[in-house]
Design a protein around this ligand. Structure first.
Ligand SMILES: [Zn+2]
Length: 145
């Protein structure tokens, strides 16, 4: 299958992207093994660009702390990692539909930011869809099992 993404698309730190350095090997391997097969398949099926929202894939622990976050995000890739996805506004319902069919165990729609957060956390609880509003609280709206 055609590959539509570059590893640098998933790297939030602009310095890391510029230098092509500092990305841990385990992060690259998780992106290639777990995320790219899903994302390329979805991109192929949709036929329009799927965008890693604001390059939000891998974020270092230090990046999270500097930006006022807890450091426990799946985006730090301690587990299998997370990606934030978006596309042209008119296509968002189609992207949602494809994500709901995917292997991601948690998909969270950030309504005010217009992107889907996708990760593999808590897979033992099934596959779940959440909506997130401005207050940052995740509300489960759909059990996908
Ligand atoms: Zn996210």
């Amino acid at each position: 299958m055609k590959n539509y993404f570059k590893i640098s698309d998933f790297i939030i730190d602009p310095k890391m992207r510029e230098d092509h350095a500092g990305v841990p090997l385990h992060v690259v391997e998780k992106l290639v093994r777990y995320h790219l097969p899903i994302l390329n398949r979805i991109r192929e099926a949709l036929g329009f660009p799927v965008i890693i929202s604001a390059h939000s894939g891998y974020r270092t622990y230090e990046w999270e702390i500097i930006h006022g976050r807890s450091g426990y995000s799946e985006h730090t890739f301690k587990g299998l990692g997370a990606v934030d996805l978006t596309c042209e506004p008119r296509h968002l319902p189609q992207l949602r539909q494809e994500l709901l069919k995917s292997e991601y165990s948690r998909i969270a729609w950030y309504d005010h930011k217009r992107f889907f957060h996708c990760d593999f956390k808590d897979g033992e609880l099934g596959r779940r869809f959440f909506e997130v509003w401005e207050n940052g609280i995740w509300r489960e709206v759909k059990d996908l099992r």
